[in-house]
Design a protein around this ligand. Sequence first.
Ligand code: ADP
Ligand code: MG
Length: 333
Amino acid sequence: MKPARVAVLGGGRSSEHEVSLASSASVREGLLEAGHEPIAIEIGRDGVWRRDGEEVAVTPGRGLDGVDVVFPVLHGPFGEDGTVQGLLECLDVPYVGAGVLASALCMDKVMFKEVMAHAGIPQVEYRAVREESFASERDRVLAEVSGLGLPVFVKPARLGSSVGIARVLSADEMPGALASAFEHDSLAIVEAAARGLEVECSVMGNDDPIASQPGEIVLGAGEAGWYDYEAKYSPGGMRLVVPARVPDRVCERIQEIAVEAFRLSGCSGLARVDFFIEGERVLLNELNTMPGFTTTSVFAALFEASGVAYAELLDRLVQLAFERHEGEARVRH
Ligand SMILES: Nc1ncnc2c1ncn2[C@@H]1O[C@H](COP(=O)(O)OP(=O)(O)O)[C@@H](O)[C@H]1O
Ligand SMILES: [Mg+2]
């Protein structure tokens, strides 16, 4: 492929701003190594886009600052949720990763689970809770979520990096956990706790996606006992074991469901699909359309272990972005 001018978007308005800056710096280096020309565009916490310190101005239909393709290395709301993807569609510029609908769907843990449940994909039991119904019908809501038993996980519906999530061990912790989730989103999800392993699988492609080897998340000696923010980002917080220590047929089932979830949610480019494994049961947890993307992040490490090195991975993703854009240009609207 000939070298492409790639705008790498990093930062953003979500609480995953710092994580995105780290991911986007790695992506720029990898693109350079692959022979492309990365251009850093940093999105401030205030939402302002800057290139070399200058504010970026855009005109719908006119692309983005003369680049060939955009790599939105943004995590969480206002980046991974279809909003930036919608802007890029309006600019008519090719971009890496999922489009508007898939991004929005996978960002929303409730909507995603509903769509996966409809297709019969196994998941933990869950209930959605709206802030407004918790305020107006508190007792009914508490009775309903108590049906999930204990412990449960309480999460804001649209966030990532474990921010705002609580593991609830007793009924009296539930109101506080819901209140914490509502600080981040007016919609929360309460989930029965899965036991067993956490396993993640990377997927890449458009119409014919491939799955990496699944990897197992082994937690360090952190206090929480689950994969919280500290375990994710502090040194020694977690260790990735590839391939995951599960029987071959479980491994294949994980890869199958990863690809199926990717297709069902209409993803393109890349995704990291996360699971809980209870014995031989494979339960889908979530799908991240723009997972952490440093060279040591799980997404890249799993492809590395599957024979696709970091720079090659980036090169293929850029190619997939062009292919998708060309494919869509052929469709009459
Ligand atoms: N239903 C569950 N059962 C067991 N552990 C869970 C459950 N939900 C979340 N967790 C723990 O919390 C972590 C973060 O939850 P997740 O839904 O993946 O949110 P995020 O989008 O912030 O990564 C998981 O990796 C896992 O360690
Ligand atoms: Mg997760």
